[in-house]
Design a protein around this ligand. Sequence first.
Ligand code: F6R
Length: 612
Amino acid sequence: MCGIVGYLGKQQAAPILLDGLAKLEYRGYDSAGVCVFSDGFCVRKTEGRLRNLSTQIDGGAALQGNLGIGHTRWATHGAPSDINSHPHVATNGKISIVHNGIIENYLALKEFLMKNGKTFVSDTDTEVAANLLEYLYEQEGDLLRAAQAATKQLEGSYAMGILCIDRPNAMLAIKKDSPLIFGFGEGENFIASDVPAILKYTRKVVYLNDGDMVDFTADSAVFYNSLGEKVSKTPEMITWELSAAEKGGYPHFMLKEIHEQPKALCRTIHPRIKDGKVCLGDLTITEDYLRNIHRIYIVACGSAYYVGCHGKYILEKICRIPVEPVLASEFRYCEPVLGEDTLVIIISQSGETADTLAALRQANSLGARTLGIVNVVGSAIAKAANDVVYTWAGPEIAVATTKAYSTQLSVMYLLAMYMGELLGTLSREEYDAMLDAMQKLPEQIEQIITDENLAKISAIADDCRDNHDVFFIGRNLDSPTCMEGSLKLKEIAYVHSEAYAAGELKHGPISLIEKDTLVIAVACVAELFDKTMSNVKEVKARGANVLGLTTEDMEEEIRKTVDRYILVPKTHPLLQPSLNIIPLQALSYYVALARGCDVDNPRNLAKSVTVE
Ligand code: F6R
């Protein structure tokens, strides 16, 4: 959460900072600010969206200077307000910083600093870090040494851009547990939380490691590792286009990303199928290892966790190994029984979710083997896992995940097939059937998101816009789809919704069903269709209004029981969830639109959850 950007070169910094922040707004958007160095620090910051700041400084034209830092905030310490916004300038005006992360020991540090003459105006942990840096700078007389000393005292996570009043031509950046990239330009250099912020200016980047620092001017950059040693870094070239992180004519990123799913799936699946076999590149898992594992944990948060819930059904069915999906925030504190005979699969789009990263580190330290399913290349989770399978969904900007979720699911299929083949638990016939079906998924998703189908879903959404409580019910593989569909509706349309395994209704929640309560019944598991329809009849008998979702071949059957229905093409039973989720994503999108919600930037949320 929070995005930072920094620029040093020959151009006016402020417009570049605003431009970069606009690409980082997905990381937090409750306030924004910049600090530009001209005669001294010139700070402008304001509560609310970036456009407020931009208007205030005339798109950056109002701030002169070629060196600056910028920030877009998701509040942790202190409410969103002008004062709590970044950048923060230390007491004596010598240091100005932007920060993404959390300083866990900020209260103790603040007390110490107050005793030593520092004063505070905000509620933030970042102002404490700024003052610590200033205090140490005043002692050491050198910013680099001060920053090295500060990293020994700061507990928590940080990516920081640091300006010092005595260094009008230089910037220092430090990183631990929050993402930071350095971008090399011609006579200009950049820092940012993520590639899109600087891609317009350079493709040559370095992903900083934890403990790294970079001290740079417009023409030079010196990198240091966590031991304070100078290190050389080889830049990587970003190959994707900036258009991948822009709306490209769509009104919202979410709609664009829904439409990108066929291509994203092609990218994830096709290169991994060679000569009729699933090939997972660098994966080092062997048959011997697989034969000796007794349990697989799948650890993740939110939608990624629901992919893990699908993974339980898929992996257990194919590999016959017990699989337990666990929320990362729970896994960390439940003393999991882990060892060499446990495989821990970690799923994360951003690769930086705090709980997921901590769970991964815990699993590593307890001797389990870890495998990351990650979208963001070079992210902390990708670096820390023993093995990584990238989802290659491309940049996902909308806060509500769509294409990353879909590609995570496809990696789950690939992994299950790969492991099933090694173990000999998947017959050749079944293997070929899955392979064939998987390659058709992108085309089938295209069929679901035609303009005509989306118009129908949009009409249903208009009718649903005033429902206050929605229940999603489904069985077996339809159950995690319900959880994901329900989460989508909550997060972007602010509609209270619950997801229940259909068989559970009678054990309590059915008491909440009353006249016109909307129940969305996902009935795409063919052998359980009748059972789900029995549950539909139970809620209908209590007045519910039921929207059914099933496969095309079941149209005649479903129309007998529900009020309205949506159909999806049929595929291999284990792959069916990939198609079922698409109309539910679209439904949430259109309900959110109908309710006038800010689809891409829902309230209280941010894309990367880097706090516990
Ligand atoms: C919901 C959503 C979140 C994320 C969750 C994990 O639409 O996007 O629930 O799935 O915050 O994030 P990652 O995958 O980045 O670890």
